[in-house]
Write a protein that binds this ligand. Structure first.
Ligand SMILES: [Zn+2]
Length: 281
């Protein structure tokens, strides 16, 4: 009598990085893997961007992904933040890093409960991303980037009450407009909002103020920035400035556009840096 053999059928699903990260990329690569990326600001825009960057390889391979934000996640943040109620009360940067490790298996991600406003924190970065919309941090990073030319700097922003979303890349190459040349502040040539039409912040009832905009504007800004970061990583950037005007923006808001702004005459960003240690992606 033949011996009965029990057969157990086992199936496997791939979940390795090479499969997850490259199957949806047109060129079958994860461009941000192996890069050292510092993201400053883990609010509505920064948290969504962090998720998209990891889906393009950030925090994978030999790369490092550092996220900076000193603030805690509060109930008023839930309407447009990546994180939900289970993260309430936790630091935003540390919470986003935890989320990315747990849900995206990005093990080389670290959150820092710090502003990231000290330039020497970013000494080893390849790409620094400013998602704070804080003028003082933007100015500090912009001045450092054009002086040292050691890392590339990307801004990601929402203007007005979600009227425009955009991103801008400065690589420190001679002739590329720096932040000062771009004048991204309201009323500046690089702003879509004229000075007399700037939105009025609303009182949040706890002594602070905020500018309302829907989560979709943050999503669009994050999407533009994640694509720009991928183009940076593959050294295939066509337009370094990319902005989108949302359809419900008031008439006075300038249209979005794609371009590569050049240095203004007399700005030091127009000159080659003799001691530059700027590196290509
Ligand atoms: Zn300049």
């Amino acid at each position: 009598m033949a011996k009965r053999i029990r057969v157990v059928r086992v199936t496997f699903d791939r979940i390795d990085d090479d499969f997850v990260l490259t199957r949806n990329a047109p060129d079958r690569t994860a461009p941000l893997a192996d890069k050292r990326i510092h993201l400053i600001g883990a609010g509505a825009v920064g948290s969504t961007l962090a998720d998209r960057l990891v889906q393009a390889g950030a925090g994978k391979g030999r790369g490092q992904f550092h996220i900076f934000d000193p603030d805690r996640l509060n109930p008023e943040n839930l309407g447009r933040h990546l994180l939900g109620v289970t993260y309430l009360g936790l630091n935003k940067a540390e919470g986003v890093a935890h989320y990315l490790k747990r849900n995206r298996l990005a093990m080389n991600v670290k959150g820092h409960a710090l502003s990231g406003a000290q330039a020497d924190m970013h000494r080893d970065a390849d790409l620094v991303i400013d998602a704070t919309s804080a003028p003082n941090i933007g100015a500090m990073l912009g001045n450092t980037a054009r002086t040292l030319r050691r890392w590339s700097l990307m801004y990601v922003f929402v203007e007005g009450e979600g009227w425009v979303a955009g991103s801008y890349l400065y690589r420190g190459r001679a002739g590329e407009a720096c932040r000062n040349c771009l004048e991204p502040w309201i009323g500046g040539t690089g702003s879509h909002v004229r000075k007399t039409y700037e939105p009025k912040p609303r009182d949040n009832g706890c002594g602070g103020s905020y500018t309302p905009y829907r989560a979709a504007a943050a999503d669009i800004a994050a999407a533009l920035a994640s694509e720009l970061a991928c183009d940076w990583a593959t050294d295939s950037v066509v337009n370094r400035y990319r902005s989108v005007r949302l359809p419900n923006a008031p008439k006075h808001v300038r249209d979005g556009y794609y371009s590569s702004p050049q240095s203004k005459v007399d700005c030091i960003c127009g000159e080659p840096q003799a001691n530059s240690s700027a590196k290509k992606p």
